[in-house]
Design a protein around this ligand. Structure first.
Ligand code: KMH
Ligand code: ZN
Length: 273
């Protein structure tokens, strides 16, 4: 089976220090967490920029500082968020793509996010897809529910997307598709051939869905954006602790983890100078 790509979603936009004291916020903290995760087996870090007070921002210069700080420490693939935080405008969210990162996320539809609405209007999504492709950015398609896959199919037919795509099934958001084995089994049966996929299970689903993905030949996302606990009632000490557990499970199951360069080859990510 193909080597396992572990993505570490280091901080997200909504998680707070009150919920997870080890949450990385500044570019240096994010870079330090990225280095630890890379050493533990991650080949991609998914990052959100934050102001110094911890509030989320899509400020291009903050992303630039994050990318530079990570690059000084390790060769991990940096995947920027274009989801940002609930309530941000599309123009605001697109800002980090102008830095031509190696990868960026692209949410494939609107979904309720707890009590909020994570709005992704079709015209905005199309503009995001065009901008990313113009910059040579590898897109990760964020799928929160099944209907979003039909939009991908439509785009593949129209030519807006071409070639093998990489999906991230984000399962267990209150308002999105459930974090169950059945949900993951269904979604992975629907992806076009030649595609790659990863799963981001929310909360306790992170461990069980990650393990199932390893067995199914998919890839895995772990980290504080999706889950702050190591086990029930026990906070994780770091993002790297969650990465290391996935790498251990995968090794036990006979699948070694991909290095950043191996992940680039699997996903077709163009390395930046
Ligand atoms: N913060 C969420 C509303 C992404 O990074 O692309 C959206 C999100 C998705 O985190
Ligand atoms: Zn995110």
């Amino acid at each position: 089976m193909e080597k396992l790509i572990i993505t570490a979603a280091l901080n997200g936009a909504e998680v707070t220090r009150a919920q997870q004291p080890a949450l990385p916020i500044t570019p240096e903290e994010i870079a330090s967490a990225a280095e630890e995760c890379c050493e533990a087996g991650a080949s991609i870090v998914h990052v959100h920029a934050r102001h110094a007070d911890g509030t989320p921002t899509q400020d291009k210069e903050t992303y630039r500082a994050i990318m530079a700080a990570v690059r000084r420490r390790c060769d991990v693939i940096v995947q920027v968020s274009t989801g940002g935080a609930v309530g941000m405008s599309a123009a605001e969210r697109l800002a980090p793509v102008t830095l031509a990162p190696e990868m960026a996320t692209l949410s494939m539809g609107s979904v309720n996010f707890g009590d909020g609405l994570f709005e992704n209007r079709p015209a905005d999504m199309e503009a995001f897809a065009r901008a990313m492709q113009q910059q040579g950015v590898k897109i990760e398609l964020e799928i929160f529910d099944t209907g979003m896959l039909s939009t991908v199919q439509r785009w593949l037919k129209s030519g807006l997307l071409q070639g093998p795509q990489h999906f991230d099934f984000v399962l267990g958001i209150p308002g999105g598709m459930a974090g169950t084995h059945q949900a993951l089994m269904y979604l992975q049966s629907q992806v076009p051939q030649q595609s790659t996929w990863t799963v981001a299970g929310i909360g306790a689903a992170q461990l069980s869905l990650g393990t199932l993905a390893i067995l199914l030949g998919g890839h895995v996302r772990v980290g504080f954006e999706d889950n702050v606990y190591y086990r029930k009632g026990e906070l994780a000490s770091s993002n790297a602790q969650l990465v290391a557990r996935m790498a251990r499970i995968s090794a036990e199951l006979g699948r070694s983890v991909a290095t950043p360069n191996e992940a680039r080859a699997i996903l077709g990510v163009a390395q930046r100078g």
